[in-house]
Write a protein of this length. Structure first.
Length: 87
């Protein structure tokens, strides 16, 4: 019973500590990012004022301005005037 409880506590701790990058679009129009994660490339639209969690295990991102960033998965980013600001 003791080992089951310890395993459960460790599992919950690992889930609770999972992180992802967070991006907030502070512009008045939606913005599109190109996210490459595990070799898969997708376009991710972020509506004006929206905050999105993504990239939990690291990824490459092309920002609306064309700038490219490598993310570890724990960053907080703001889009301001089409450019990314890593906070």
């Amino acid at each position: 019973m003791k080992s089951t409880t310890i395993g459960l506590v460790l599992s919950v701790a690992m889930i609770g500590s999972a992180k992802a990058a967070t991006i907030t679009n502070k512009d008045e129009q939606s913005q599109v990012l190109i996210v490459t994660e595990s070799g898969n490339k997708i376009e991710m639209a972020i509506e004006a004022g929206a905050t999105v969690n993504f990239c939990p295990a690291g990824c490459f991102v092309t920002m609306p301005s064309g700038d490219r960033e490598t993310l570890a998965g724990s960053e907080t980013i703001a889009i301001v005037n089409g450019a990314a600001v890593i906070e």
